[in-house]
Design a protein around this ligand. Structure first.
Ligand code: SAM
Length: 229
């Protein structure tokens, strides 16, 4: 899979060099390219924003550098899915990750300030080089920028690429995995020692009875509705 990320904070993506995603890149399972939006500006201040039409507080990201940055990536590729993180997008859930993991090329457009001029999404919906424009929300709250949302999406999507997870981290039994777990989350998990600070591991897990353990684990799963206080 190829991933291109456009942001005014390229350093935000340093963590993608670590851990499983870092190794996935070393193994050529994933190629990640980071682009600085300011490299696509044409003034000496490298301006990427302007005042909103209609007035109001804050600044809006100008479509001009966004168009140039996205076009420069599309010049080197067949077709890509353009992902624009935004609170007004479709909710990001495991099914979205399952779908995106089958794509060959994802481009992430990380907004800042009040967001990106809406014409960027409109324009690329009609572009032959774009398979789909997906506006995606990480949840009903507001982040400062699309970078954290993009990293969360990239992590959820790339861990599903065959070979990215080792056996010990296999995604088959994870919460929300396709099949029986689709609408469920995993129950509590334990490791050694059997007693820690007077708290005992449930006896059944020490029984060696695989059928009973499987039934108990199933009984401990929860339905996937997020808990809120
Ligand atoms: N003015 C926008 C609004 O009220 O919906 C919020 C803009 S926010 C400060 C700046 C950027 O952060 C957005 O353009 C988007 O890229 C990102 N962002 C913020 N919250 C997000 C969320 N819940 N999901 C995905 N991206 C988010």
């Amino acid at each position: 899979m190829r991933i291109d990320i456009i942001s005014i904070f390229p350093d935000f993506f340093e963590p993608l060099k670590l851990s499983l995603i870092g190794k996935a890149q070393e193994k050529n399972l994933v190629e990640i390219n980071i682009h600085d939006l300011r490299d696509f500006t044409h003034d000496k201040h490298k301006t990427v924003d302007d005042a909103p039409y209609g007035g109001g507080p804050g600044m809006v990201m100008s479509p001009t550098p966004w168009g140039d940055a996205i076009d420069s990536i599309l010049n080197t590729t067949e077709q890509a899915t353009l992902i624009i993180p935004t609170p007004s997008g479709e909710a990001f859930i495991q099914k979205t990750a399952n779908q995106l993991t089958t794509e060959e090329h994802l481009i992430f457009a990380c907004g800042r300030y009040e967001g990106i001029d809406a014409r960027v999404a409109q324009h690329y919906i009609n572009s032959e080089k774009i398979k789909e424009v997906k506006e995606i929300s990480l949840g009903n709250y507001v982040l400062n920028g699309g970078e954290v949302a993009s990293i969360a999406i990239i992590e959820a999507v790339t861990r599903l690429i065959p070979g990215v997870l080792g056996n010990e981290e296999s995604a088959i039994d994870d919460s929300f995995a396709p099949g029986e777990m689709e609408d469920r989350t995993e129950g509590p998990i334990f490791t050694r020692p059997p007693v820690w600070r007077d708290l005992e591991v449930p006896e059944i897990l020490l029984s060696g009875d695989h059928k009973k353990i499987a039934d108990w684990r199933k009984s401990q799963q929860s339905s996937a509705t997020p808990k809120s206080s």
